[in-house]
Every structure is written in C-alpha cells, then in structure tokens.
Design a protein. Structure first.
Length: 431
C-alpha cells in the first residue's frame, strides 16, 4: 500500500509512458468511449456523456451488452446523441482489444465490476466504473492493483464527491469547525419493494443473451430472468442495500472524515417488509468503528419513507445533511448547553446553511443521479493524467466497508479489518 499511497498523494500525475498511455490525448483530440453494460443506469450515463460531448470532445463510439435488446436500445439512443450509430458488441473482450477505444464505462451488474475493471486496466484502457467497485475482496484488490500497475485513470461512480454542496461541506468539516466528531448517523429510507418487479424481466429470453458469460466468476446455475434483471436481491451477486446505498453513504464519510477503512463492523437486519423471494435484506443497519475514534450508524428501511438525514456530531457543532442520498442541503448547528439544563436549548443554538457563493435560496432536499460533474472530472483527468475525485483507492475503501457489513449480516459475527494484510477477519487482528 505504500506504493499505492505514493501514487495518489496530492493528486499525482502519472508519467505518459508508452506502457501507460498508448495514445496521448491532446486538448483537441476526441475521447473515444465504449460503454460496457447498458441497462437502466447505463442509459443515464449515456445521457450524461452526451451532455458533455461538445465541451469535452467525447463520443460514445461503441456500446457493449450481452443482451440483444439492451444493445439495440443503446445503439438507437447514442445514434440520436451523435448523429451516427456506435458499433455494437456482445462481449467486452472484443471491446478491450480495440486500439481506437480510449476508455470504457462499466455499469454491469455488481459482481462483474472488479473483474471487468481489472481486464480493462490490463488492456490499457482508462475507465469509469459504477459503485461498488467490488464486492469480492480478492477481485477488488486485483482490480485496484491492475489500475495502479498500468497507470490508468479510473473514476469510481460515487458521483456526490464531484457535486458542489458536498464539496463545500467536506471543506467545512476539514477546517475543524465541528470539533472532535464521535458519531455519524445516517438514515436513508424508501417505501417500496426496491429492485423487484422490473418490466425487463418479462422481455428477457435466454437465447437473446449469454447466461454463462453473465455469471462470469460465479458457479453455474440454471437461467433465471429474475436473477439476471433483479440481481440486487440475490446475495451471490450483490449485498443489496450495502452495495447500492451504503456505498454512497460510507464513501462520503470516508471523504469528510479523512479515515478510509473501518476498524470493525457489525450489522443486522432482515426481510421484514417485502416477502417476495428476495434473499437480501429490505431492512438493514450497520455500526462501523473507525481508527480516528468515531462510530458510524447506517440504517435503511424499504418499508417506510420516513425522512432521511445524515448527522456529523462533533463537540463544537453538528453538520446535518437534511434529506436522503445526494441531498445538497447542509446545515451547521452549534453545540452550546444541554437538554438536561435547558429544555429549550434547540431554539437557542445558532445555525446556518452551507450555501454556495451567491446562493440565496435553500437547495432542495434531494437530487437525481444525472449531475455532470463526476463524468466531467474524469474526462479532464484523462487528458491531464491527474487522478480524479474518486480513485480506485477510495473505491476499494468503500467496497471493503460494504463487504464487512454484508459479511457481518450473513455470518452474525462482528468483522474486523486487518490493515497490514488487507483481509477481513471475524476476530480482532493481532497488533
């Protein structure tokens, strides 16, 4: 990890060697992209890239998906964006062999993020990979190491790092305005059978895809369109809430607190709201302890839409993110006095909202997943060879936290991170 740390320190610039960068992009060179995995999130990412096609001189020249229907939809949409149809591929290996593709976007199912990222890096491609970066520890390590060894520019898709309000809030925390932070509380909820009942499940036929290739590193099991389209409900392919929601939440905690790996994690939950055959929890809670000396409580229910929030609780002040994932509304509330001494203390605590320069109205309590900043940052870094806002180091760290939470949930045991050996243990590592 010492070499890894050296590479990222200060947003270091990679050398443009023949090994690391076969075609050096000039300021006027078009960035040629291929999108691997063009499902629902992939459609959003295609739109984001299209909005930057002129300002960043980028084009989706290829699309790749195992399922014929997804490929055809991606070709049609991108043809409208660029005035010409991209090439279509069923297999990502064919894409990685192309010398005229500068970079790939990976938004496949979660179990294939790390394996495809590893192969992309080894093929000399830069990459934008959706979160979580991985959900199998050995695969996540291998992907990270391949990116480092091949000097690739990789952006992991926790896009809130590139949005203006979280960036201001992170800078505020780094000033020490909160004092010593002992606890972070995160509650994000949703009322509905999340990830179940997708319409595409009814359209999928085995002859229109490659089921064995979709399984990738997983053992064979009979074709199942629900597993294929609703994979986040099945523990072999995803942990569900940790992989999808907690990955965003814990990534922000790591960034705000400058503490990347939990010392220990314990988690609990179950299927309490939607008894529809899902394996992964619809109600989930995790407690994570960090080396700097603070506790993170993460909680999600899919059976109730009570308002979400995040609170960074310091001795001098509390930073409250009002709303669920991605909310740009942050409020700083000073600590002075206690409820025991004054029942009306909340009304007497001074507070202010974290606003952008020139901003006069409160930002909303939610945001969609279509912000352009994260993709824009990646494009800029592809040209400069600097490291983007969420590198494989941050992606690996949030993946580790989510894997520990999932393992604790399924095993019923507290999990520990062994920093020296980069392993997850069910006992405290020897000091």
């Amino acid at each position: 990890m010492s070499n890894s740390a050296a590479l990222i320190a200060g947003g270091s610039v990679f050398a443009s060697t023949a090994l690391s960068y076969g075609r050096v992009l000039g300021a006027n060179d078009r960035i040629s992209l291929c999108h691997i995995g063009t499902g629902s999130r992939g459609t959003e990412l295609d739109w984001i890239v299209s909005q930057l096609r002129t300002s960043h001189n980028a084009e989706m020249t290829g699309v790749c998906d195992l399922w014929r229907l997804n490929r055809e939809k991606a070709v049609a949409k991108n043809a409208k964006f660029y005035g010409r149809a991209p090439r279509a591929f069923q297999y990502f290996e064919d894409v990685l062999a192309l010398k005229d593709i500068d970079a790939v976007i990976i938004s496949t199912p979660e179990h294939s993020h790390s394996p495809i990222l590893k192969m992309a890096a080894e093929a000399g491609k830069d990459a934008y990979v959706e979160k979580p970066m991985g959900n199998v520890l050995a695969e996540a390590k291998s992907a990270r190491d391949a990116v480092i060894q091949n000097e690739r520019v990789v952006q992991v898709g926790t896009q809130h790092r590139s949005e203006p309000h979280p960036r201001m809030a992170q800078e505020l925390v780094q000033t020490g305005a909160l004092g010593d932070v002992s606890k972070v509380e995160i509650v994000w909820n949703y009322h509905g059978p999340r990830w179940r009942g997708r319409e595409e499940t009814k359209l999928l036929r085995e002859e229109d895809t490659d089921w064995r290739k979709w399984l990738l590193t997983k053992p064979y099991r009979p074709f199942d369109p629900q597993v294929y389209c609703e994979f986040r409900l099945y523990k072999e392919f995803s942990s569900g809430i940790p992989d999808q929601w907690m990955s965003h939440a814990i990534d922000l905690v790591h960034w705000f607190m400058n503490d990347s790996f939990p010392r220990s994690v314990v988690a609990h939950g179950g299927v309490f709201a939607w008894h529809d055959g899902r394996e992964n929890a619809d109600t989930f809670q995790a407690l994570l302890q960090y080396p700097k000396g603070f506790l993170v409580s993460y909680s999600t229910s899919f059976g109730n839409d009570a308002p979400g929030f995040t609170r960074y609780m310091g001795k001098q002040a509390t930073l409250i993110n009002i709303g669920g994932e991605g909310s740009p509304r942050y409020q700083l509330v000073q600590e002075n006095g206690t409820h025991e001494d004054d029942a009306d203390i909340d009304e007497k605590r001074s507070s202010k909202y974290v606003l952008l320069p020139g901003e006069t109205k409160l930002p909303p309590m939610g945001i969609d997943d279509l912000s352009l900043g994260h993709m824009s940052n990646w494009f800029e870094c592809m040209r400069s060879r600097q490291q983007p806002h969420c590198t494989v180091h941050e992606g690996f760290a949030h993946s580790v936290a989510c894997m520990m939470a999932a393992e604790s949930y399924w095993s019923g045991k507290k999990q520990y991170w062994d920093t020296a050996n980069e392993t997850i243990l069910d006992r405290a590592p020897e000091s």
